[in-house]
Design a protein around this ligand. Structure first.
Ligand code: AP5
Length: 217
């Protein structure tokens, strides 16, 4: 199964992707996580991406398309769920081109819908583990021990781009450059809209209902 998960920053894409991976055995390909790993490792790509990410802007298409083509090329037979990519119409076109040339296609494009007030609450309350990437929330998804990752005990941090002023910029960037991607896929009648309000379990139930139907379960 090959799925594209769209949605505004903080809509819950990463949270739902982890659950999709557990249920369907596909690989989670998050452009944001890959970029953060590159930064942590001090790679040239990480250094090139840093200033864009910290100011809420998009990293240039040519860097992202190449990076994601590499990740998709290494995905298992079971498939993948794309999180944060494509994020511009150009990226979507490049993805379509590369899939067509390999005789493959995306099975579902899902758009997580949630309002801006909820987005702000989710992003400003998010805390992440810098070591394993696990994601928590100060109110909605607390770790067992305050401020520590459940998996490895590492101190949780706030992502630099989750500060309110950067969140505002990321939302502007989303409306300008990423919302048109929904329109791009809608033209082909390929978008499944999922109400992403409510708790993570409620959202998963809605999402899995659609993906199960698609997988013929
Ligand atoms: P990226 O990491 O992709 O960030 P994003 O798309 O802005 O998404 P987020 O990771 O912020 O949110 P999410 O939807 O995954 O929400 P989450 O599940 O964590 O990108 C970061 C940057 O990298 C970009 O700004 C850009 O610079 C660059 N970049 C990445 N991809 C790029 C591309 N393709 N092109 C160019 N540049 C690119 O949930 C958020 C919080 O809410 C968590 O605390 C969670 O616990 C909580 N939560 C989740 N669901 C629920 C729920 N149902 N109820 C209550 N709480 C919930």
């Amino acid at each position: 199964m090959r799925v594209v998960l769209l949605g505004a920053p903080g809509a819950g894409k990463g949270t739902q992707c982890k659950r999709i991976v557990e249920k369907y055995g596909v690989r989670h390909l998050s452009s944001g996580d890959i970029l953060r790993k590159e930064r942590a490792e001090g790679s040239e790509l990480g250094a090139q991406a840093q200033s864009y990410m910290d100011s809420g802007k998009l990293v240039p298409d040519e860097l992202i398309v190449k990076m994601m083509a590499g990740a998709i090329g290494k995905a298992p037979q079971a498939g993948y769920v794309l999180d944060g990519f494509p994020r511009t119409v150009h990226q979507a076109q490049e993805l379509d081109k590369s899939l067509t040339s390999d005789g493959r296609k995306i099975d579902a494009v899902v758009d997580l819908k949630v309002n801006e007030q909820i987005i702000m609450e989710r992003m400003t309350g998010r805390r992440s583990c810098p070591k394993c990437g696990a994601v928590y929330h100060l109110k909605n998804l607390k770790p067992k021990v305050k401020g520590r990752c459940d998996h490895d005990g590492t101190e949780l941090v706030q992502r630099p781009d989750d500060k309110p002023e950067v969140v505002k910029k990321r939302l502007e960037t989303y409306y300008e450059q990423t919302e048109p991607v929904v329109g791009y896929y809608k033209k082909n009648g390929r978008v499944l809209e999922v109400d992403a309000t409510g708790g993570a379990d409620e959202v998963s139930a809605r999402l899995f209902g659609m993906l199960d139907a698609l997988a013929g379960k």
